[in-house]
Each structure stands twice: as C-alpha cells, then as structure tokens.
Design a binder for this molecule. Structure first.
Ligand code: HEM
Length: 567
C-alpha cells in the first residue's frame, strides 16, 4: 500500500515537472524561433521589414505557380550599378540597401538631425543612389537620390498617399490636405484651397497684407541698426505667422493671439518632426516612452479651443461681407457635399497656419545668410532692385515680374538649402508597383532625397558652389522652373501631391527678401561670426545656429537711382 502511494507521488511529481519543463521548453523554443526569424529577416538587403516581406510574399509569388502571370512583370534587369551590389546575392530582384540592426533596422538613419546626409551616405555605401531599400522597424521604406527615379515616384499614380504617423492622427492632420488619404475628400480640400487661398486672384488680393508686414519687419530691424547684433529668425517667424493668420483667419492686428498660436504651432512642429519609435515598432506602441501621445492629447484641446473660437467669432459676426472674406468664411460657406464638419474645418485651418509658417521663414533665413556670405551677390541683387524700382523708392509685388537676378538667387538657395530636403512628408504606395525596375509592394513608404539630387555632381556642375548665375539665361545659365516639372530641382515636390502653397510661398519669399535687401545692407558680425551654414532637420531644415548679423539702412540717393534707372 505504502509503495503504491509512493509511486503515485512520484508519478504526480514527474507529471508536474514535465508540464513545467514542457512550458519552459516551449518558451525557449519560441524565443529561439523568434530570434532566428529576426536574424533571418534582418539578413536580407534593406533589413528586417524587407526580409519579412521577401519571406512571406516575394518567395511565395516567385516560386508558386499561381503567380506566374504577375511574375512576368517583375524586373529582370535591375540597374547595372545595383547589379554590382547584388553580386553576392542569389536573388537579383531585391532592392539594395543597408540591413541596419536586427528588429529595428535603420531607425538610426531617420532619428538623426541630418537624416538627408545619412541617407545619402548609406545609399552611396551600397551603390544604391538610384533606389535604396531600408527598414524602419516594421516599416518598409525606399528612397531615391536620382531625378529619374524621383519622377517615377512623385509623378506616378501609385505613391498618392502619405504614411500617417500617430502624432499626425492625434493632431487631426489625417483630415487636412497633407495627410488625408488620396480620394474624394482630399481632392475636395485641394480644390477649395486652390480656388480660395492659392489662386492668382487671392494671392494678388493679399498683397497689401504682405506689404504691411514687410514695413513692420523693416521697422523692427531698423530699430536694431547702429551695429547691434540682430538675430533675424524671431522677426521672420513673427512675420510669417502674422501673414498666415491674416490670410486664413483674417486678423489684421496682433490681438495677443500670435504668442499663443506660436506656442501651439511650435509644439506641433516638434511633435510631427520627432521620429516616433512606436510608429514603426508595434511592441513599443503602448508605452509612449517618448511621451508623444501624451503631449498630443495635451495640445489638441488647446488647438480646438483656439481655432474653434475663431470659427465661432466668424459665425456670429454679422458685419462680415465679401470685402472682408477670409478662408474661415469660405469654409463656413460650403454647402452640399463640400460642407465640412467643425473638426475637419479646424484641421484644415490649423494645417494651413502650420504649413505656411516655417517653410517661408526658414527659406528667407537661408537666403539672408547667403547674402551675408556673398556680398558681391547681395550687391548685384540690390543694384537690380534699384534699377527696377527706379526713383519710386518703394517696392511692390508688381515689380517682381521685372526681376531676373533675385529669382535666380532664390532658386540657388532652394537648391543648396531646400526647406524640405526629404520633401517634408513621405509618400505611401497604394498598390504594388515597379520602381526603377524593382517590385515595390503596396504599403511601402517612399522618400525622395531632393537635397542629394540638388548636390549631385552628375546632375549639377560645381554643385557645392553658390552660383545664382546658373539660373540666368543671359549669363550662361538656363531658364529653370522649380515648381515641380524638372526633378533635378523640385523643392516643392511634384505630381498630384505637389505643394499647393508653392506660388504663395514663392511670392512671399521673393517680395520680403526684395524689401529687406532693398532697405538694408546685410553685414556679418566682426570676422563672419554669426553665419554658420550647419543644418538641423526638424520638420523643416533650418540653420542649426540662428543667423545673427548687422543691418544698416541703405541710403541710396535718389540721383544715383535715377542715373542707374536712366542708363
Ligand atoms: C517656401 C515655401 C514652401 C516649401 C519649400 C514647401 C514644400 C513642400 C513640399 C516639399 C511638400 C510635399 C510635396 C510632395 O509630396 O510632392 C509640400 C506639401 C504641402 N504644402 Fe508646402 N511648401 C512651402 C509653402 C507652403 C505654404 C505657404 C503652404 C500653405 C499655406 C503650404 C502647404 C502645403 C500643403 C497643404 C501640402 C500637402 C499637399 C498634399 O499632400 O496634397 N506649403 N510643401
């Protein structure tokens, strides 16, 4: 009897141990399988996300007969340069690119404040400047540093969406033009904006506001004359925000709101400009260790309150008429299928303020920096302005059409310092496609490194030299449009998602730069201190060290101007 009971105990103990052992063995096996798979995915060109895709879909499609019809559309002749990169690879149809690290892939490429530099370096390292694949955690990405491939990506119909980050969702940007999915809603918004905000008639109508702001800027800078160091960023950001507020909300005076709006916009830039690891690594999503979700939930009610109160004011203001109609009125007046809900209206208005503010001020700061570094170019622009303006003394936007050299200067700065070196927001493939002969699956994020293209010696002669003359026809240069038709320099993007604010942006930049250069001599602090061309990529690519200079009013005697004018 005793031995029977002992046997039962032993059996029970054995079975318990076995269960535990089995559980442990299973866990260890699962971890080993996970690690093996992670390393296996990672071993593919482009890193883990591409490895996963190749494993589950590509090999399946390639070796399963059911896909024979599609297989014929797969590339058979990758570009020669890329074939070299694949010489050790059994499959020549994979896009070359860095593996990065297991699981996280090449997150380091984009988490850098000089992502555009790092991407170019990585592309050169694996001979993949035409097309490079890389992984951001679980996100498959491609990037090109070549104008022909950029055209394929930007001008085709496939990359018509944008990857929407968590912060963009939280900040309601998925309901505004920039992040809205390609479709009827997005098309409606673009049409409304094109007709009521960006049309030549609307741009002309807002000329007076830009002139007033230019006068205010000059007054602020004039106050700093007399050898004091001026940091221009503050002046430019205030001007740019004030411009967008007038255009979108119709506010003429600073009713103490600019400061509040500025705070909201800056916080939004920071949130959207930060690479959120949780967007690409699902297992991190719940932790919000960068506190991005938390900050978004703090910001959204403030934006809703701010923009919502402006919409309410417009609704209740009985004195509004067609003469003082602004973009809020336009959105409120929409009827039928175009009618927007209050939250969509807030998203659209907030985006316009957001997008139109920093791009313009960042670009003007770069232009002024170049003017200080190249006094001969500054002199030439000023001579041209004196010539065109003649004895009038005041500049207007109508004068811009007669300028040749200043537009060339602006283009040259856009070439060397594009505010969106990776074209701001990436694109997303809505279907499977072929890019540069490679199969690219639906859901792939695509980027164009415009900064790299614009500095490529095979595309531009002496690319690192600042030579506005390259854009002046009668000085050996060429007539060149930067509005998206030529992908050698398309700082506003191209194709169906090209920047809708490009004409307004350029008109503002040209006019304000002309006014500032006409009114002031821009000088370096002693010994060129204050002009450092280092960059930092936040949402836009800004000067890492804000431009600090001296400004002196230009006292050009009317006689000299007249003499120039008559010659
Ligand atoms: C110097 C000034 C500017 C530059 C360099 C610039 C650059 C860009 C770039 C590169 C894109 C992405 C284009 C693409 O994916 O192909 C873009 C999109 C956009 N920009 Fe601009 N931009 C400027 C001014 C403005 C202004 C003034 C506004 C509005 C007030 C604006 C509103 C937008 C919007 C709404 C989009 C999203 C378009 C869409 O996805 O359909 N931009 N911009």
């Amino acid at each position: 009897m005793t031995s029977h009971i002992e046997n039962l105990w032993v059996l029970a103990l054995a079975s318990k141990c076995t269960q535990e052992n089995i559980a442990w063995s299973l866990l260890i096996m699962a971890i080993l399988i996970w690690l093996t798979m992670s390393f296996y995915y990672w071993s593919h060109p482009g890193g883990p996300a591409w490895g996963k895709y190749y494993s589950y879909f590509y090999y399946y499609h390639r070796y399963c007969s059911s896909w024979t019809s599609k297989k014929t559309s797969l590339p058979t002749q990758p570009h020669q340069e890329q074939q070299r990169c694949f010489s050790s690879n059994e499959d020549k149809n994979m896009i070359p690119g860095p593996k990065g690290y297991p699981i996280i892939g090449s997150m380091a490429l984009l988490s850098s404040q000089l992502a555009h530099h790092r991407i170019l370096a990585a592309a050169k390292a694996c001979n993949a400047t035409r097309l490079m694949a890389f992984s951001l955690g679980d996100t498959r990405a491609i990037v090109t540093c070549h104008p022909d491939v950029a055209r394929e990506i930007l001008n085709g119909t496939v990359f018509a969406d944008r990857p929407v980050k968590e912060s963009a969702y939280s900040l309601m940007f998925n309901r505004a033009i920039g992040f809205a999915a390609h479709g009827t809603y997005w098309r409606t918004l673009r049409r409304i904006a094109a007709t009521h905000l960006f049309s030549p008639k609307q741009i002309k109508a807002s000329e007076i506001q830009r002139a007033e702001i230019a006068t205010n800027m000059a007054a602020r800078l004039g106050g700093a004359c007399g050898g004091a160091a001026v940091t221009v960023r503050e002046v430019l950001k205030t001007a740019s925000l004030s411009h967008m507020m007038r255009l979108v909300f119709g506010y003429k005076k600073n009713l103490g709101m600019e400061g509040e709006l500025r705070g909201l916009v800056e916080e939004g830039y920071d949130l959207l400009g930060t690479l959120n690891w949780g967007d690409h690594l699902p297992f991190l999503r719940d932790f919000d260790f960068q506190r991005i979700r938390f900050r978004c939930t703090e910001l959204v009610p403030k934006v809703n309150r701010f923009v919502g109160s402006i919409i309410d004011e417009h609704r209740t203001d009985k004195n509004r008429n067609s003469a003082n109609k602004d973009f809020v009125d336009v959105l409120l007046s929409l009827q039928g299928p175009d009618k927007l809900s209050e939250s969509d209206m807030i998203a659209v208005l907030w985006e316009m303020i957001f997008r139109g503010t920093d791009t313009v001020s960042v670009l003007i700061e770069w232009i002024l920096a170049r003017m200080v570094l190249h006094p001969d170019v500054q002199r030439k622009v000023q001579d041209e302005l004196d010539m065109v303006i003649g004895s009038r003394g005041t500049i207007t936007e109508d004068d811009m059409a007669a300028l040749v050299y200043l537009p060339a200067v602006v283009k040259e700065v856009l070439r060397l310092h594009p505010p969106g070196p990776l074209l701001s927001w990436a694109r997303l493939a809505i279907t499977d496609t072929i890019v540069d002969g490679y199969h690219v699956p639906k859901g792939t994020t695509a980027m164009v490194n415009m900064w790299a293209i614009a500095r490529d010696p095979s595309v531009w002669k002496d690319p690192l030299e600042f030579k506005p003359e390259r854009f002046v026809e009668n000085e050996g240069g060429v007539e060149f449009s930067v509005l998206g038709s030529d992908l050698r320099l398309a700082p506003f993007g191209s194709g169906r998602r090209v920047c809708p604010g490009k004409t307004l942006g350029l008109a503002t930049v040209m006019f304000w730069v002309a006014s500032l250069l006409h009114k002031f001599e821009w000088l370096p602090l002693d010994g060129m201190d204050g002009v450092d061309l280092s960059e930092v990529l936040r949402l836009s690519c800004e000067m890492a060290k804000p431009l600090t200079v001296k400004v002196c009013p230009r006292h050009v005697s009317n006689d000299i101007i007249k003499a120039n004018y008559e010659n």
